[in-house]
Ligand binder design. Structure first.
Ligand SMILES: Cc1cc2nc3c(=O)[nH]c(=O)nc-3n(C[C@H](O)[C@H](O)[C@H](O)COP(=O)(O)O)c2cc1C
Length: 418
């Protein structure tokens, strides 16, 4: 018995029950999402920093135009006037998603990971535009993540695809789920799938920076299943966080999961967006190199490698061009930390910004090395090459290993000759 004995049923369609989770700022690239889609599974792209991602892929100038427009705010902590142009945002979103969707070749699907905590100095308006433009561009599904907003469904209820696009939520507790469902039931629009993300996941976590060790995915997953049963709700449940082998995945499917969401193993795939040398850092990481900290300006704990260059940033806030994490009114905890560090700096000393990092710049430059807890096990999944580097596996190899492996074995990729 292996994962391939199961299928994920979503709205009358069947998928291989493997979902590659969204990995922000183009770590889960178009190519990575398409690899899952081609094999009958589900791949995510993420719309975090979408204007910046467009500029990289298509040589557009969304970021430089915005920077030019707001350049007079570059030396002041007041960024309240630094706003996104909603039409430009919609244009970027459509361009990126249409580009991805138009390349589908398989029977799988491509979903968008939408990080709701990306408040962009106008949280509700920008969120609405992002979601509506994604549906216009033909996205198969919307996964509502980090910072789940209770009003999200209201925002998009008038869109013609509101009932046809697949909508999923990521939660880490029954409490968050039940709050979201109350509003969804009132709108008669239940989510099509629920991703239960445990404390071992990468990216931002739905747990405290110190208490994540006291939770475990299996317990939360079981509680969610029991809750849905009690409420007579039949919604596919998909666990995520620390599912490292096909056998781990199979265990959850046998317990009643409809599929699994995985990411860490794909972060080092050839198709993932991280630069090749950063992928080597991931594979070389030891368990003690992986921490959960509060450096993210979202206010949520985030897991990352201690060697992440972003943790040593003392750069001027970069909100004029980027500014994705500005709260309404133009606030960001990194701006506060930066200006506090400037005023406390003793003459002749280097600037040191403590506790917070400029996440926009860190993610844009691939300097924030967020990762799942199991990153230290990536060495088990590939070959050490004669040149001392680790081979980067193809997404297809990893996908198929999840799909077909048994007894916790991990099939290594065909060795590459260097
Ligand atoms: C490098 C990396 C970046 C991630 N970025 C995001 C993100 O932007 N948004 C999100 O909702 N989840 C993010 N995640 C979480 C994954 O989508 C996924 O749910 C989780 O990591 C699965 O657990 P695993 O990594 O142990 O397989 C990220 C995970 C990794 C490894």
């Amino acid at each position: 018995m292996n994962v391939d004995n199961f299928r994920l049923q979503l709205g009358g369609k069947e998928y291989v029950p493997i979902i590659i989770g969204g990995m922000g700022v183009n770590i889960s690239t178009t190519e990575l999402a398409l690899a899952a889609e081609k094999l009958g599974g589900i791949g995510h792209i993420s719309d975090a920093l979408v204007t910046y991602v467009c500029d990289r892929i298509f040589n557009t100038t969304f970021v430089s135009q915005k920077r030019k427009k707001y350049t007079q705010y570059s030396s002041t902590p007041d960024k309240s006037a630094v706003l996104f142009d909603l039409e430009e945002l919609a244009k970027a979103q459509k361009k990126y998603i249409e580009y991805t969707i138009s390349q589908k070749t398989g029977n799988g699907a491509i979903f968008l990971n939408c990080m709701e905590k990306l408040t962009m100095n106008s949280g509700i308006e920008t969120l609405k535009i992002r979601l509506c433009a994604a549906m216009d561009a033909g996205i198969d599904g919307l996964t509502l993540a980090a910072g789940l907003n209770l009003r999200t469904l209201d925002l998009i209820q008038d869109h013609p695809r509101f009932r046809d696009v697949k909508i999923g939520i990521i939660i880490s507790s029954v409490r968050a789920l039940s709050i979201f469902l109350k509003r969804a039931i009132r709108l008669n629009r239940l989510p099509d799938y629920i991703i239960v993300e445990g404390p071992l996941a990468g990216g931002h976590l739905g747990f405290g920076p110190d208490d994540w060790r006291t939770f475990d995915l299996k317990t939360i997953f079981t509680e969610v299943l029991a809750f849905l049963k009690k409420e007579s709700l039949n919604i596919p449940v998909i666990p995520a966080g620390g599912i490292f082998t096909g056998t781990d995945a199979l265990d959850y499917l046998n317990m009643g999961a409809s599929g699994v969401q995985v990411a860490t193993r794909f972060a080092i795939s050839k198709e993932a967006g991280l630069p090749a040398d950063v992928k080597q850092h991931y594979i070389n990481a030891k368990e003690e190199d992986i921490v959960v900290n509060m450096a993210s300006t979202t206010g949520y704990p985030m897991r990352m490698l201690t060697s992440s260059p972003t943790l040593r940033y003392a750069i001027k806030p970069n909100c004029e061009g980027l500014g994705y994490l500005l709260e309404n009114g133009g606030k960001c905890t990194y701006i506060d930390a930066y200006y506090a560090a400037l005023s406390e700096r003793k003459p002749g000393q280097p600037l040191a910004v403590k506790e917070k990092t400029c996440l926009c710049t860190g993610m844009a430059n691939y300097d924030c090395w967020t990762c799942g807890h199991t990153t230290f096990r990536l060495k088990e999944t590939t070959n050490l090459l004669a040149n001392g580097k680790w081979q980067l596996p193809k997404a297809e190899d990893i996908f198929r290993d999840y799909q077909f492996s048994v007894d916790h074995s991990i099939r290594l990729p065909e060795p590459e000759v260097t």
